[in-house]
Ligand binder design. Structure first.
Ligand code: SF4
Length: 492
């Protein structure tokens, strides 16, 4: 059963629609100036579905009025043909959002875009990322009597945008962006324009494309541009605000370029982004291929076949096979009709998703020395299930090679890793993990090796989940909220 909700400013009366969680991986898209804005938005959201599968929403403007529709489930659940047809007449400008959230917060109130009415009229906001100072800001507002419907960091941004002293600034959006710490790609829709902002470190990706008719698209990944036949123009730069209105595309910076070192999330390259996408200036498939090659150089082993854990490790496995000269083969088949296990919110659902999704091809692995390539190991429970399935199918030896280093720390910038104690590499050695997984050998790529596979200097990427070196300090929130409300699970 899917829960849907039409949003209208009249219905909302300025009450913010939001949810209780803070950690999310999401995808955002904005379409400006196209007669098929809703349809294109839906298509682009399909392309971004891997970034979030719990809820989807679109807000559409006709130049005077914004209307929205959000719902729980996949894009196809929330926007069936009838719903899409209903919305096509709503306007030629739209923003869309696909969302993933943490356990317990998967409900309609959390779906975005958030559509509200405030003193200047209507606005709708879509956010990908995670603010580390959201709770600090929220506490300040609450101390002054502000009421929040949920605990979402996106709701905090809405309050910042609606605050009278901020509205009185010459550039409210830029002023508000300077208040935000953490990762954010924001799409702000007002009746007459779309504004897009990216955090000053460029933690999450955001790109701009153009349609042949002169309209524009802004999206989390270029795979969304490809599906709607838009031409890639460029990325939204870190610290930049791009405005698209009747006069075209304009740019300004709320943080001058060069003042803050970039911290692109390299986990986007390792796992999260679509292999066809250009992320942080380079193709994701090529980066993963290079990581596989590097892994083969660092952790070679005599074996018969190289097998990827579908789907994210496929590119790395190809790279490993190319470098090692060991034949690549498919050891698993995958069902495309089950969700990604990593971003299923509840453990029982994750386990079920893995079982539904993967089958071992016995004829490929039986009696063979198998090198299995995995992109990352988070909890280890699902990896263990895959390894034991391989063993049951008759694999003679299992050598697991991982295309990212051991994950030991939580992410505060928008990837929902489990609590520190649930991370298998947190307090276990590689040998202990290999034993737990029931395999013959285990090697992770080195941090330096992984960072050598991307084109920008190593210090332009965030790697805190491996190294523990957070590019934006989290000390204050850890101190202030570890025993309180903020991301309790991270500190258990
Ligand atoms: S901590 Fe890890 S997942 Fe989070 S932004 Fe940094 S590299 Fe990405």
């Amino acid at each position: 059963m899917h829960e849907h909700s039409d949003q209208s400013a009249a219905a909302d009366h300025g009450v913010v629609i939001s949810g209780p969680d803070k950690k999310e991986n999401c995808g955002v898209v904005g379409i400006y100036g196209h007669p098929n804005a809703t349809d294109l938005c839906v298509l682009a959201m399909h392309a971004l579905q891997h970034r979030g599968q719990e809820s989807a929403g679109i807000a559409v403007s006709n130049g005077e009025d914004i209307r929205g529709h959000v719902g729980m489930g996949l894009v196809s659940d929330v926007f069936p043909k009838e719903q899409q047809q209903k919305m096509t007449t709503w306007g030629d400008t739209a923003i869309g959002h696909v969302r993933y959230s943490t356990a317990g917060s998967s409900n309609i109130a959390n779906a975005q875009p958030m559509l509200v009415e405030y003193s200047l009229g209507q606005m709708a906001l879509a956010h990908n990322g995670n603010l580390v100072n959201a709770m600090l800001l929220r506490d300040e507002y609450e101390a002054h009597g502000h009421i929040f419907k949920g605990t979402s960091d996106t709701e905090v941004i809405i309050h910042l945008l609606a605050k009278p002293t901020h509205i009185s600034k010459p550039d409210t959006f830029a002023h508000v962006c300077r208040h935000l710490q953490g990762s954010f790609c924001l799409l702000l829709l007002t009746p007459e324009k779309i504004e897009a902002a990216r955090d000053a470190r460029g933690i999450r990706p955001l790109c701009i494309g153009r349609f042949a008719n002169g309209g524009y698209i802004i999206a989390s990944e270029t795979c969304a541009l490809d599906i709607v036949d838009a031409e890639l123009v460029r990325e939204v730069e870190p610290g930049e605000i791009v405005t698209i209105d009747k006069n075209g595309l304009h740019s300004r910076y709320y943080e001058q370029p060069g003042t803050v070192k970039p911290a692109h999330c390299i986990f986007e390259q390792v796992y999260f982004a679509n292999p066809s996408s250009m992320v942080f200036g380079e193709n994701v498939h090529n980066v993963r291929l290079a990581m596989g090659r590097q892994l083969a150089r660092e952790a070679g082993v005599d074996a018969d076949i190289v097998v990827p854990v579908p789907n994210c490790a496929t590119c790395a496995a190809q790279g490993y096979a190319q470098e090692s000269g060991i034949p690549y083969d498919r050891g698993f088949t995958v069902s495309h009709y089950a969700g990604r296990s990593f971003i299923e919110p509840e453990q029982p659902m994750r386990d079920l998703a893995v079982k539904m999704k993967l089958n071992v091809i016995r004829e490929v692995v039986e009696g063979k020395r198998v090198i299995v390539i995995e992109d990352s190991i988070v909890r280890g429970t699902t990896t263990r299930g895959k390894m034991s399935a391989l063993r049951r199918a008759g694999a003679k030896e299992i050598h697991l090679r991982v295309a990212s280093p051991p994950i030991k720390n939580p992410c505060f910038y928008g990837i929902d890793f489990p609590s520190k104690k649930e991370l298998i590499a947190n307090e276990r050695s590689v040998e202990e993990i290999a034993k737990y997984l029931g395999i013959d050998s285990l090697h992770y790529i080195s941090l330096e090796g992984m960072l050598s596979c991307v084109s920008k200097p190593a210090d332009h990427y965030c790697n805190a989940c491996w190294s523990g070196k957070y590019p934006i300090s989290v000390d204050e929130i850890v101190t202030r909220y570890s025993q309180d409300r903020f991301q309790k699970k991270l500190f258990e």
